[in-house]
Design a binder for this molecule. Structure first.
Ligand SMILES: Nc1nc2c([nH]c(=O)n2[C@H]2C[C@H](O)[C@@H](COP(=O)(O)OP(=O)(O)OP(=O)(O)O)O2)c(=O)[nH]1
Length: 153
């Protein structure tokens, strides 16, 4: 598993205008047919009802890979065998300035279960975004474009 531990040395701990950065580990879980897993944010969280790639915030001292494995087990009951650091994206929301560490996952054990009562859905690669998974979080949208750009033409 790729180990990335964001520290003061590796990425700014605050945004350009001084907001604290919330580090988030996000899983792009991809099946052999290229479909990927999206989940709906449960009630009680900012942007409840929006769709996203599953994941969550790093706890103090935690690596991205460890946070990802913990969150995907907690939220979906998946046992992550391997994850691969892929892209990092920062987004300034009214509720938080987030740094999203997107990791690709091709190797896991188990079938997803919405342990927090959340809906989830496998989305086909390429083509239009399924209305069933809208609205998407603003900072999840580029990921779908990155995945589509990797498809053979
Ligand atoms: N998981 C996930 N979070 C995303 C995506 N895009 C995006 O902007 N975010 C933002 C939304 C939130 O501000 C933050 C994730 O925090 P969260 O509240 O879901 O984290 P968590 O599960 O650890 O929450 P909690 O412990 O506070 O309940 O990242 C995405 O695709 N997946």
């Amino acid at each position: 598993m790729t180990e990335t531990r964001p520290t003061r040395g590796e990425g700014a701990a605050s945004s350009a205008d001084g907001r604290p950065v919330t580090e988030v580990a996000v899983g792009v879980i991809i099946r052999p047919d290229g479909s990927f897993l999206l989940a709906q944010r449960p009630a009680g969280k900012p942007y409840a009802g929006y769709w996203e790639f599953p994941g969550g915030k790093l706890e103090t001292g935690e690596t991205v890979a460890h946070a990802l494995a913990r969150e995907l087990e907690e939220e979906l009951g998946l046992d992550i065998v391997a994850s691969e650091a892929w892209r990092v994206l920062e987004h300034d929301y009214p509720h938080a300035y987030v740094r999203l560490h997107f990791c690709k996952i091709h190797n896991w054990r188990g079938e997803p279960v919405g342990r927090e009562g959340q809906a989830f859905r496998w989305h086909a690669p390429g083509g239009a975004i399924d209305p069933a998974v809208q609205p998407l979080l603003p900072a999840a949208l580029p990921v779908i474009e990155w995945l589509a750009a990797e498809l053979p033409r």
